[in-house]
Design a protein around this ligand. Sequence first.
Ligand code: F6R
Length: 240
Amino acid sequence: MNIIKVNDYQEMSEKASQYIIDKVKANPKMVLGLATGGTPEGTYKRLIEDHNQNGTSYDGIETFNLDEYVGLSGDHPQSYRHYMNERFFNHIDINKENTYVPRGNTVDAEAECEAYEALMASVGGIDLQILGIGGNGHIGFNEPGTSFQSPTHIVDLAQSTKEANARYFANIDEVPNQAITMGIASIMKSREILLLISGESKHEAYKQLIEGEIKENFPASILRNHPYVTIIADKAAIGE
Ligand code: F6R
């Protein structure tokens, strides 16, 4: 794993966006894996600024998001589809039909998982997957204990994850209990991974990722077995 150390969230967002811009320019037809949450927000902002100022184009790009809440439709303000439209897709020249987020309000969530996995395979897989990390080591919504062999699947959200995400909802009772997430195996199939880590609250996760053993109880640890991972982490996360 290649680790890029930066001072703070702002510098992490700048470095991450530049990293993505360089990749998109090198391969304007690339398949990009995307994350939601607080961590990549600054990165999306900078990608939009760059699109406006320098005209970097996304019209040949396809995207796959990591996850979506079960039960929320794409126009629900807390759905990840809505997050992506508002924070990124609506502000660049991407063809929305080429942006994929699991459909959380589908009648058959199991079938949606299988279809999503098949769709990723049909476009030749993900070239670059952007990841954040949960304080408990989750990636996507793969909570501790998830099989390293898991494809896209339905998960019950850990209480700690519901608490961490309650900030986006009126109260914790409104946070859905389940989500559809790319599995660990799906994430590991990406040709390249860019993991962003910022803030003191992620310090323990960072430490365990770097120093701990590779085990299913700390899902992100599997990334140590991936041949092409870049981590951009700030000082607070590193503990400096
Ligand atoms: C988001 C996702 C999650 C987040 C993680 C960190 O699509 O899959 O794994 O990356 O929960 O969230 P933040 O960035 O809000 O700390």
